[in-house]
Write a protein that binds this ligand. Structure first.
Ligand code: 5GP
Length: 114
């Protein structure tokens, strides 16, 4: 069995984390190394390693994560807009093997990303 990811430890309450939203399916917390004035991660409680590992059965959960991200963005006052990012796999820049949606906002964001 593979070791717990850092995000599973956060779900299990083993690491102090600034949680800004939670429900029965997901939680959202501030990124420890923020890349924008507001940088929050939304993660499912279910352990899914990456978007590529999600199945069609997970589609309602994936929709729920987007709805939660919208709720969090509104809650945090990102009225001027924000960006959602899902890094997937090594080339996508994913560093934690637990599916997560980044919410970035609080400043104008450049495009394209690096
Ligand atoms: P990825 O690069 O996989 O898309 O994003 C992982 C994110 O998790 C990074 O932005 C990183 O700063 C964040 N992160 C890694 N470890 C921790 C932690 O222990 N606590 C919090 N709050 N964020 C973390």
């Amino acid at each position: 069995m593979s070791a717990k990811t850092i995000f599973k430890k956060i779900i299990d309450g083993e690491i102090p984390t600034d949680i800004v939203y939670q429900d029965d399916k997901c939680l959202a917390f501030r990124d420890v190394r923020p890349q924008a004035p507001t940088h929050v991660l939304v993660i499912p409680r279910k352990e899914i390693a990456s978007l590529a590992d999600a199945t069609n059965e997970d589609s309602p959960l994936l929709g729920h994560l987007l709805s939660a991200a919208r709720t969090v963005a509104a809650q945090l006052g990102l009225a001027r807009g924000y960006r959602l990012v899902i890094n997937c796999g090594p080339d996508g820049g994913q560093t934690v093997d637990h599916l997560h949606v980044h919410i970035l906002g609080g400043r104008p964001l450049a495009w394209p990303p690096g």
